[in-house]
Design a protein around this ligand. Structure first.
Ligand code: S3P
Length: 459
């Protein structure tokens, strides 16, 4: 088990560029794999999660050519030649690692294929509910077999002969919405998902990017079956969920300023900015260009934060940022209430329990509720040993808390950070070092033989 030792914050780098967006990278790999022709993906996130999606598409016939890697991060540019929407049966079960996005979105794609595929994952993924995708996909005519009442992985999907459905999501989930829309691409007629609360719309945007037509009417999103994604190069923006860690560190540091460069600014993901603004942070974002997804720089100036209430329709927009927002709450004046966030209990770990437990270890008073927590702000944080429960966002949120604590903080099981943010430890070092010069420029180079061979050998 790897450990990460965090010391007190010394200084801020002037700017940071975070790696590519995880949600968009998964979708780019999947649509490129189903498209006719070759797609070049730039700004790809080479995290363990997204590489699972690439390898899955490769196992089903897509040809993957690694092109460029970024020093300390990994493969950031690749070409994927798709099979067209009908994939090839893989020779064995597909490893989805820790990735809920891979297993759920792939379930939708597999529901449209005329073969049976098995998917499995690590211990954390194997505990997460897949019934939420099994239910609608079964209604469409796919056979989905899993373990126990929650239909956990290993999951076996037998697809083909789908019929279009209209389905109202029982929970706010972009993964479930996406699985149904992906399956809908293989069902004759119009498949409609009604989402009572808006969730991230990356699947809809990437469908447009790949020439797949869809409609939105109020809360309903529909797709017509029989469309073939058209290979189109794509540039993935930086992940706002990764930028969130530095945003909070800066927002809670009076007198400091940082620029986060080339971050995705899709309005279904920028809830973290609204919450921090409400808490008193000074934030400006500059939208620059858009390649299907809005993006730009974010400048944050630190100040005194105040407690707030986070709940209702805002929750899906900040769902992945709630652990770091809980840390912001601990650093703020007054109390913060997080409510309507019961979905946190079924993430990579039970994030309500994990956040409450680790905040208490650092000397913060927390009251836990079934759908959230109340955090008493303003306590002096003390260094502690943090249990990550193999959850990347718990590890990184508490690494940031460690920057504000008296004494060292030890993050146990920090290897899980590779799930979403390769290079995080390098970036964290910039804050602990006390060196205010320009951050070192990372070198972009042609792919090394090693990375190339690793991906090619998976073919
Ligand atoms: C994701 C959707 C969210 C989010 C996850 C990625 C996606 O999950 O928590 O990290 O890429 O669609 P739910 O859709 O289950 O809320």
């Amino acid at each position: 088990m790897a450990t990460l030792k965090v010391r007190k914050l010394k200084s801020f780098p002037a700017e940071i560029s975070v790696p590519g967006d995880k949600s968009i990278s998964h979708r780019a790999a999947m649509f490129a794999g189903m498209a006719n022709g070759t797609t070049i993906i730039e700004g790809f996130l080479p995290s363990e999660d997204c590489l699972c999606s690439v390898k899955a598409m490769q196992a089903m016939g897509a040809i993957v050519e690694p092109l460029e890697e970024l020093e300390g991060v990994g493969l950031v540019k690749l070409a994927i030649t798709g099979t067209g929407p009908k994939l090839k049966a893989p020779s064995g079960p597909i490893d989805c690692g820790n990735s809920g996005t891979t297993i759920r979105l792939l379930s939708g794609i597999l529901a449209g294929q005329d073969f049976t595929t098995e998917m499995f994952g690590d211990a954390s993924l194997s505990k997460r509910p897949m019934k939420r995708v099994a239910d609608p996909l079964r209604l469409m005519g796919a056979k989905v077999e899993g373990q126990g009442e929650k239909i956990c992985a290993p999951l076996k999907v037998t697809g083909g002969n789908l019929n279009a459905i209209q389905y109202t999501l029982p929970m706010a989930s972009a993964q479930v919405k996406s699985a149904i829309l992906l399956a809908g691409m293989f069902a004759p007629g119009k498949t409609t998902v009604i989402e009572p609360v808006a969730t991230r719309n990356h699947t809809e945007r990437i469908m447009s990017h790949f020439g797949v037509k869809w409609l939105r009417d109020g809360h309903a999103v529909s797709v017509y079956g029989g469309q073939v994604p058209r290979a189109t190069d794509i540039i993935v923006p930086g992940d706002i969920s990764s930028a969130a860690f530095w945003l909070v560190a800066a927002a809670a540091s009076p007198g400091q300023q940082i620029t986060l460069k080339n971050v995705g600014l899709n309005a279904t993901r920028t809830g973290i900015l609204s919450v921090l603004l409400r808490m008193g942070a000074e934030i400006t974002s500059y939208e620059s260009s858009s390649d299907g997804e809005p993006r730009g720089n974010i400048v944050v100036k630190g100040g005194e934060l105040n407690g707030t209430v986070i709940g209702g329709a805002e929750i899906p927009n900040v769902i992945d940022e709630l652990p770091i927002l809980a840390v912001a709450a601990a650093l703020a004046r007054g109390n913060t209430l997080i409510k309507d966030a019961q979905e946190l209990r079924v993430k990579e770990t039970d994030r309500i329990a994990a956040v409450a437990e680790n905040l208490r270890r650092m000397g913060v008073e927390v009251v836990e509720y079934p759908d959230g927590m109340e955090i008493v702000g303003g306590a002096k944080l003390k260094g502690a040993t943090i249990s990550t429960y193999h959850d990347h966002r718990i590890a990184m949120a508490f690494a940031i808390a460690g920057l504000f604590a008296e004494g060292d903080t030890v993050i146990e099981g920090s290897e899980c950070i590779g799930t979403s943010y390769p290079g995080f430890e390098h970036d964290l070092d910039l804050f602990m070092k006390g060196d205010t010069g320009a951050p070192p420029i990372r070198v972009l180079s042609r792919v090394s033989r090693q990375v190339g061979d690793r991906l090619r050998s998976a073919e």
